[in-house]
Design a protein around this ligand. Structure first.
Ligand code: HEC
Length: 139
């Protein structure tokens, strides 16, 4: 019969191995399930492709949006995947401006109209186009 101490060590080892197996398998499945290669897309954004706008937009994104929408803008943050995948934003440029300005307060998306100018929101859109994947629509 194993002593209680041995049994605890045994259990800890098992739990550790299960965790390692989980960590190894999750990114693998994600890589298989998701096509993350960026695509060139058509856009209604007047600043589409503008290097200054993209740079400014990236800065703003990483200041105001990253906490919920994640470092890859795919909606995966430390809170999990809940905030909307902006690499696959498909509602078009006009809707983007409207949603970001007014927010979706009841669903946890803050309204940014009071904090950001229209120009800043346009810059964020220009940045997000550069990380767009298949399925995105910015027309
Ligand atoms: C406090 C967390 C939080 C922050 C910060 C945040 N968002 Fe969101 N956002 C959300 C949530 C939650 C949703 C999903 C709302 C829903 O289900 O309709 C969302 C949805 C969106 C959508 C709609 C996505 C779609 O497919 O319809 C856009 C666009 C968006 N956010 C842009 C932004 C931008 C740009 C910023 C930064 C200026 C930002 N968000 C900051 C939480 C956040």
């Amino acid at each position: 019969m194993p002593t209680p101490v041995r049994r605890t060590k045994y259990l800890v080892t098992i739990i550790f191995l299960v965790m390692v197996a989980g960590l190894l398998s999750v990114p693998h499945h994600r890589a298989v399930a998701q096509d993350t290669s960026t695509v060139k897309i058509e856009s209604a954004n007047p600043f589409s492709g503008d290097p200054e706008a993209i740079k400014a937009g990236a800065k703003l994104y990483f200041k105001f949006c990253v906490s919920c929408h994640g470092v890859k803008a795919d909606g995966v943050s430390r809170f999990g995947a809940y905030a909307g995948n902006l690499t696959k934003f498909w509602r078009g440029f006009g809707e983007f401006i409207a949603i970001v300005t007014a927010g979706r307060v009841k669903k946890g998306m803050p309204p940014w109209g009071e904090y950001l100018t229209g120009g800043q929101i346009i810059n964020i859109a220009a940045f997000l186009e550069t990380v767009a994947v298949k399925g995105a629509n910015w027309k």
